[in-house]
Design a binder for this molecule. Sequence first.
Ligand SMILES: [Zn+2]
Length: 442
Amino acid sequence: MRLWIKDPLAIFADDAERGVVVEGTQIVERVGRGKTPERIGATFDALGHVVLPGLINTHHHFYQTLTRAHPSAINKPLFPWLVALYPIWARLKPNHLRIASRLALTELMLSGCTTAADHHYLYPEGLENAVDIEVEEARSLGMRMTVSRGSMNLSEKDGGLPPDSVVQDEETILADSERVLKLFHDPRPGAQIRVALAPCSPFSISKNLMIESARLAERYDCQLHTHLCETQDEEQFCLDLYGLRPVDLLEETGWMSNRVWLAHGVHFNAEEIARLGKAKVGVCHCAASNMVLASGICPTCELEAAGSPLGLGVDGSASNDSSNMMEAIRHALMVGRLRYGADKVTHRDVLRWGTQGSARCLGRSDIGRIAEGYEADLALFKLGEPRFSGAHDPLAALVLCGAHRADRVMIAGEWRIVDGEPVGLDLAALIAEHHEAARDFA
Ligand SMILES: [Zn+2]
């Protein structure tokens, strides 16, 4: 059936003043000014809605929703923050990850997010099926996901940062990477689930694990992800251990390719930005996390100008501490203006980063835009709250007045949020269960 999402208050798309037509899982028609589509089976009146392509989150750690605002970690920069949290996170059990994933996915979806990438790198004993758990939760909520099979194999005893109890050996990691790629990775357009391989960060993995992960990614046609150039501690760690700067480590391990997207990318020099752009290495800007941990500011405009796909991410919920994609878009605008000036980063730029840019980071050309042939992933916002009252430009108002909850969200042509509530899910019960699980980490 053809559904016309009709006459939106505003829409982040060209030539779609009268809305869009959705059929099956896809957008089949944009309806321009003065036009009327034919053969319409149903109409959704969007007169009160601002319509965006579904937002795409390219970096997260779902399990960290259980340790938000944790007293052991607040008010610390990255390395001491991690060292304080690793032993607490080591208690993570499958039931914790399941409820944390459900909460994080729901929280994201409520903010207008339709595709999420999670980076799960923590593997204490008993949590071997972490990827399977995340896939099950995404499927049951109808969310699109890139599940990043993270890994750490360099622990304290080998000069790394994490404790021995949360890492695995290289053989185990690579065997499981191949297992989950075979089971879950769908490289076809319109895929609900994709798998990426994601060795955690230079201070928690071996060089060989990066090399072997890149080889596997080539064989299975999947993306590669890692944290890079987040802090100056990390740069120093790479110089001390490898005699290389982090970007040179990427080069040496076969990671300078468009299969790769990096989380953070704060501390690059000009020559490195040019190399990354030429290789089309994507960067996920995590503005809130970088501000909370005082890591620095990602050179977003230089990276985009050099040719790198530029996406946005909320990052883990212990360093943000929310999982709200509209907030991530607003943060990117504000910190971008602080760095580049008030006329250099516009609301349209940050909306583009959180949709098209993020899609490119995930290696996808089927989501992130409202256009014919793209998946019908949409986020619809109302401007009825006091914060929007008196606003003139509806699209700018979403970003400038701080929209944070979608009224409707559609994923692959199905409404998943209706009237600001997740369909078929008891939100109060979910929060109660998640809060109870979080007590195990007190
Ligand atoms: Zn992260």
